[in-house]
Design a protein around this ligand. Structure first.
Ligand code: F6R
Ligand code: MG
Ligand code: MG
Length: 366
């Protein structure tokens, strides 16, 4: 049977600034999802949050980009904004709902979307990863490690079903075009490109031998606003695991390094991506550090079984410690690059006003 897993997310209001999503919003969304299961629109769901982003995870049989599924997610976000966020005067109520009227697909309307559709195998484990205070290009280095780095993923070397490698679809968010790269043959070419993660973003990964979908990231909003920088879009990622895909442990191994990602305070700073349990899915220090949560499910006869809170484990304590030490160090730089992003990537800037204010002060230098 063909099953689709949709992860649709939006920041529609949060508590104590951009810190976390309150229970009232989560309860609203859960009630709506329960109704949608009763009417048969979706088969199962899980509602959670990554920092200040409300995350709706659905399983259903309607395929990707389905107007009913997108319309339902839009209604949940809209209704929750009106009935909860605005009434409670939550911070930045309705922030990610950029349009008024729904037009068939939430892409380009503000929410972030990652959807994956596949014919269920005998048993189908997936990982859903959700980050706050960063951007979709943040996944590049992790997807490279999961699907292309044999020092991370042993299966690339020793599992005959993975040994042919994978193909990566990369989106150029400036030109709004995409290209496919085959690994391992084009490994160095891929790295030459995806190392510029602010511009080139991995959109999906497929197994080369049979074109089977392996991972999907939320790049949709970016692709529609190509050519114009409109800020960070806290990203989500779905990865299939086991039996010819990387083992769940190989997927998680990639997150054992807290790489620097762009976002954090005012969407204008580099900081380490810290994997945390759901309990710590909130941002604190300097509105961060950027957080990552991971949930494991079995997709079984159209239903999501789980989740497992994947980073709720002392094995990830050293990663969090290192992320905290990196935080300590990089914060020393205050308003200086490379902690602060380059001027073209900053979400907040006063540079034009400052330059204008002192326009007359600049004189020819010898
Ligand atoms: C970054 C983010 C926060 C805010 C910061 C200032 O994505 O959400 O770091 O940018 O808290 O927020 P405002 O301008 O709303 O006071
Ligand atoms: Mg926010
Ligand atoms: Mg957010």
């Amino acid at each position: 049977m063909r099953t689709t897993v949709s992860v649709i997310k939006a920041d529609i209001g949060s508590v104590a600034g951009h810190v976390t999503v309150p229970d009232q919003l989560l309860d609203y969304a859960r009630n709506k999802c329960r109704e949608a299961v009763e009417t048969g629109l979706i088969k199962s769901f899980y509602v959670t949050h990554a920092g200040d982003d409300l995350e709706l995870i659905f399983s259903h049989e309607k395929g990707v980009d389905n107007p009913e599924i997108h319309g339902f997610a839009w209604e949940v976000f809209k209704g929750a904004t009106e009935e909860v966020s605005k009434k409670l005067k939550l911070y930045a109520a309705g922030q990610d709902l950029l349009k008024d009227a729904f037009s068939g697909n939430v892409k380009g309307m503000g929410p972030g979307v990652a959807e994956i559709e596949f014919i269920e195998r005998r048993s189908d484990p997936i990982g859903v990863f959700m980050a706050d205070k960063t951007e979709p290009g943040a996944w590049n280095i992790y997807l490279y490690r999961i699907f292309a780095d044999p020092f991370n993923t042993a299966g690339l070397v020793i599992d005959p079903r993975m040994h042919d490698g994978f193909k990566f679809t990369v989106l150029d968010v400036v030109e709004g075009v995409e290209a496919v790269f085959e690994i391992p043959e084009e490994l160095y070419d891929l790295l030459a490109i995806i190392g510029t993660q602010s511009r080139y973003v991995i959109k999906e990964v497929r197994r080369k031998s049979d074109d089977e979908i392996a991972a999907v990231a939320s790049t949709t909003r970016l692709s529609l606003i190509a050519g114009r920088y409109v800020g960070k879009d806290d990203p989500v990622l779905i990865v299939r695991a086991q039996s010819g895909f990387p083992a769940m442990g190989e997927i998680l191994e990639a997150f054992s390094k807290p790489y620097l990602v762009a976002g954090w305070m005012r969407g204008s700073h580099y900081g380490p991506l810290m994997p945390v349990s759901l309990k710590y899915s909130k941002v604190t220090r300097f509105d961060g550090p950027p957080r990552l949560i991971g949930l494991g499910f079995q997709v079984s006869n159209g239903l999501l079984v789980g989740p497992v809170d994947l980073f709720d484990d002392p094995a990830f304590d050293p990663v969090r410690d290192l992320a905290s030490r990196i935080t300590e160090y990089i914060r020393l730089h205050g308003p200086f690059m490379p902690h602060r992003l380059g001027p073209e990537e900053m979400e907040y800037t006063t540079l034009p006003q400052v330059l204008e204010k002192f326009r007359e002060r600049w004189v020819k230098s010898d």
